[in-house]
Design a protein around this ligand. Structure first.
Ligand code: AMP
Length: 396
């Protein structure tokens, strides 16, 4: 089966065409600046990357460009659209309605819409992407794969906030967690690599990218995760603050003469590693600045690592043990100094890192020493493949 995987944002659309039999990516690319002007990227497997400025007033135009590129006589990878058996859509928020991926029906569309106020920046864009595909590929099965679904196994004691219970029952204010597709893929892959029984293994997944979250996976189930009602909670991220004292919000609002919306914009876009360092949200820039002796950049990186350490320790306690700790996403896969910085505080778990193995970038690697009691790994995430797998299973 050939599965088209779509990850639609408000002004962007990422896509991959995956052959589910071989799990090979046949082509991939990105539509950017949708509704502004438009940039289109297409790369067939083994072929050259094509980048062009093409006007994309809406997502329907972007999807039509993707379909044209895939079927292009010279550089396309399929003869015609009938070869696409199903489309898998990444949907950010499924609330409590979706504990797994689902075939998209009219009722499912309504239920996704009902989650809009939980993810006002993301879900409406996901819905626009689904509608554009439905219009251009009528009759092709569509599947929704939710970022929140994997975490629906969290017990109440983990997902409740210490606020009036009625806010949970009336409005659904609770921890949902995100990056579920990544945490699920990476934890499964970790069990496979180590030859562990996934249904028994205790794994801490550190998804450290521009957005970052940690997940405790116990017996194949998410039992704790660091993002919350929204993706603002938990770790210090590229531009997001992560966990802060809620009281600081009123304090900052008063000092800076901001309303709640203004404070939220600062916490989402001007905080995290960017806000702390004053340099960049990108760890490559932070590392360069540290090399140049920038103390604020060093403070930002140290705070990032410290927060990861405290969450990992907490999640080992939540699971009452751990078999493996695994790093993934842009920083987790590439930045060896973050990995060794986190692991230097995990000696109490019997963890030792092999610094030579830790130097490898972006490849599945066990970076702990052979005699390390708890294994530490790097496993590149592959959310698109996970979406394609779920889509194939449901479309069949
Ligand atoms: P992601 O959100 O998973 O795509 O991760 C993006 C982030 O990964 C970037 O903002 C960087 O902070 C980080 N990153 C990517 N490549 C490297 C690298 N070679 N070294 C250090 N950090 C990197």
């Amino acid at each position: 089966m050939k599965i088209l995987v779509i990850n639609c944002g408000s002004s962007s659309l990422k896509y991959q065409l995956i052959d589910s039999a071989t799990e090979a990516v046949l082509a991939k690319g990105l539509c950017e600046r949708i509704g502004i002007d438009g940039k289109f990227t297409y790369q067939p497997a083994g072929g050259e990357k094509q980048v062009s400025d093409i006007d994309q007033p809406d997502h329907k135009k972007s999807v039509s460009l993707v379909l044209e590129a895939l079927t292009n006589k010279e550089t396309g990878v399929i003869a015609d659209l009938s070869e696409i058996s199903a489309v898998g859509h990444r949907v950010v928020h499924g609330g409590e309605k979706f504990a797994s991926s689902t075939l998209i029906t009219d009722d499912v569309m309504k239920a996704i819409e009902e989650c809009n106020d939980l993810a006002p920046l993301h879900n409406p864009a996901n819905i626009i992407g689904i509608n554009a595909c439905k219009e251009l590929m009528p009759g092709v099965p569509m599947v929704a794969v939710f970022d929140t679904a994997f975490h629906q196994t969290m017990p109440e004691e983990a997902f409740l906030y210490g606020i009036p219970y009625s806010y949970y029952t009336k409005y659904g204010v609770r921890k949902y967690g995100f990056h579920g597709t990544s945490h699920s893929y990476v934890s499964k892959r970790t069990a496979e690599i180590l030859g562990l029984d996934y249904n028994k293994a205790k794994i801490v997944v550190c998804h450290l990218g521009n957005g970052a979250s940690i997940c405790a996976v116990d017996g194949g189930k998410s039992v704790e995760t660091s993002m919350g009602l929204t993706p603002l909670m938990g770790l210090i991220m590229g531009t997001r603050s992560g966990e802060i004292d809620p009281g600081a919000m009123e304090f900052i609002a008063n000092k800076e003469n901001l309303d709640l919306k203004g404070v939220m914009a600062i916490l989402n876009k001007k905080s995290g590693v960017l806000g702390l360092s004053g340099v960049s949200s990108d760890f490559r820039d932070i590392d360069d600045a540290i090399k140049d002796g920038n103390a604020q950049a060093k403070a930002a990186k140290d705070a990032f690592i410290h927060r990861v350490i405290s969450y990992v320790g907490g999640y080992v306690a939540v699971m009452n043990g751990v078999d493996a700790i695994v790093f993934t996403a842009g920083i987790g896969e590439n930045d060896k100094s973050v990995r060794s910085g986190v692991c230097k505080n995990l000696g109490y778990l019997g963890i030792t890192i092999d610094e030579e193995k830790n130097s490898i970038r972006g490849e599945e690697t066990i970076i702990s020493t052979d005699d390390s009691k708890v294994k530490v790994l790097v496993v590149p995430t592959n959310e698109e493949l996970m979406i394609a797998r779920d889509t194939e299973a449901l479309a069949k």
